[in-house]
Structures are given as structure tokens and as C-alpha cells.
Write a protein that binds this ligand. Sequence first.
Ligand code: ATP
Length: 366
Amino acid sequence: MAEVKFVNVIKEFEDEKKGKVRAVNNANFVVKDKEFLVFVGPSGCGKTTSLRMIAGLERQSSGDIFIGNRLVNKVHPKDRDIAMVFQDYALYPHMTIKENLAFGLKNLKTPKAEIEAKIKEAAAILSIENLLDRKPRELSGGQKQRIAVGRAIVRNPSVFLFDEPLSNLDAKLRVQMRVELSELHKRLGATVIYVTHDQVEAMTLGQRIVVMNGGEIQQIASPEELYENPNNMFVAGFIGSPPMNFIKARLDGNQLMTADYTLTVPVGLLDKYKAYQKEEVVLGIRPEDIISLNLLNHQPNHNVIEPTLKVVEHLGAELLFYFNIGEDQVTGRVGADAKLKSLSKVKLYINMEKMHLFDPNTQERI
Ligand code: ATP
């Protein structure tokens, strides 16, 4: 069992100028055995610090950390049954790849024959057999990345920790390595905890995702759940690209008054919004839920708006288009067959079945 658990974990750093900085504020979560869990959030949100506390490279200020039901607060990193893959790969430049792979095992006093067997197995899994006699400087970024993963595999840990392992690779290689890491996770059957600031990486790799901001966990959920039911405006704006649109509005009966248009709230949703009648709210609508009327078979009789598009961007199969509602800039996304043009007036249908409302003060989803 390689469950990882945080109970009321707080980490504070002493900063010369700012005094105490709380990098992680009261984190509670359980990473399930064999789960692929991704930490995602903007720079400085506390994700790397969380990972380093699991590894034992950073000691929490308070709270408890468990790995496989064992309290590890005082356990040395090398005794935690984890292996970490770093962003810069941290390979030893003067050693061959084979020596790099063997290094950790030699330190653990593993018998030579066993080291040989483990390196052979990892090399086969990662297709790096032909690189074993080279030095790190003779490898491409993608190959170095594979070696860094290989070094973790040979240790056969119960928990793999990845700190932005793909951020030094070009976009194409990143996509390829993403697929490889997913396959590797299935094959190894280990618990993986992975840190990234890239929401696409998080959505494609994570079985569940922890979204962090300012040291606080905002939401822990599956990719689908985060996308469909974000807890608050931060999660709604962070997950999805282009991000969800936020439009100031006022609720009155089943009418939602924005600066320029009155929209109709589906009857089924009204009950959950009843505490916000006659109140200011924020409408959240994703770009793909703003649909060009010329792509619809039926002509809806409400929730049609007719703005002038500021800009239309062609992305090949899709178009992104931008317009304003009051002061709020709105982005829409449609198939290229909609043939929208910049500076033209177009009819757009807002699919209010997919709407969200947020409290403008707390930023929580209503
Ligand atoms: P990034 O994506 O930029 O690596 P992150 O989400 O991983 O960001 P952390 O590295 O965990 O963020 O940092 C969280 C906060 O803690 C930041 O405000 C950072 O400045 C602070 N911090 C991290 N390490 C230290 C340290 N050793 N001393 C002082 N402050 C630190």
C-alpha cells in the first residue's frame, strides 16, 4: 500500500524581507495507492514545496505526513521508499548513463548482479539500451529526461515524485513524453505524484488533480469534475484554454441582466440561485458554449446575442473570436466552418444550460 496522506500540513519559510511566508497552508489530502495525482497551480503556489515535503527534502512546520500508513515526519528521505525526478534531471555529468543509473543502488549497497538486472530491465522499458555507455552531455533533452526516469525506476519505489519533468523539452517532445509517462504509470503500478504549472499537462496526465493557489488547495477532483464543476473562479479560470469567461450580471427572476443583453436562466437551475435574487453575480460561460448561430440546425428563441467581433483568430480547425459585453472581454471558440470575420456583427447563441454563477465577493461558485 503506497497511499500518501497530508494531515493539517503547514509550511512556513523565514523570508528576510517579508518575514514568515506561508508556502503551504493547512493542506489535507490523500493520494490513493497506485493513483496518478497532479499538483497544478501558478508559480509560487506551493506545489513544489508540497512535493519536497513528501520527499523529506523539506520539513513541514506542523502537521503529519504519512506514506503507506507510516508516519514519516522524522524519516530520512532515503528511507521513505520514494524516488524523485527533478526538472533539471540532476544527472552526474562525469558518469556514464549506466553509472548514473547504478549510483543510487550502489549507495543502498545493492548486490552487483541485482544492479545489472535492474538497469537492464529499466533500459528495456524506456528504450535506452543504446545510450548506457554515453555521458549525459552526449544526450538530447528527451533522452536525459528518460534517464532521469530510469534512475527512479531502478530504485523500484512505491511512490514516484515528479517535479515539472517535461518543462525543459520542446512542445512536440512534451506531448510524446506525456503519453510515455502515462503508459509507464500503468505498467509500473506505482503511486505517482506529479507537479506542473501547465494545466494541459495536469488534465491529460492526472487521474485526480490538486489545484493550488497562494498556498491553499482550491479543489481536488478528476479532470472532468474540475472542468464541469469548478469550486470557484480561480479553478474555473485556471482549468480550460482559453479560460472561462466571467461576465458581470444581475439576477432577477429567471432573467440575467448583463451590461448589454438579458439572458434567460434555465428553469432547472433557478432553485440553486434563489439566495441571489436581485443580487450582483458573475456569469461564467466557457468559450465553446458561445455558438455561432449559422452552425445550429434549430433557431433558438432566446439567449441569442448580436455583438460586433473585435478580432477573429484562425487556428486551423477552429476559430477564436473576441467581443465585449460591457467592460468584460469575452472569448468564443467555434469550428472554422462558422467562417466568422473580424469587425462583423454576428448572431451568437449562449448555451445557458452550461452556465455557472459565482459570488462576486467570495468568488465561490453558487
Ligand atoms: P514554481 O512553479 O515557481 O516552482 P511552486 O508552486 O512550486 O512555484 P514553491 O516553490 O512551492 O511554489 O514556493 C511556494 C512559496 O514559498 C513561494 O512564495 C516561494 O517564494 C516560497 N519559498 C519556497 N522555498 C523557499 C525557501 N527555501 N525560502 C523562502 N521561501 C521559499
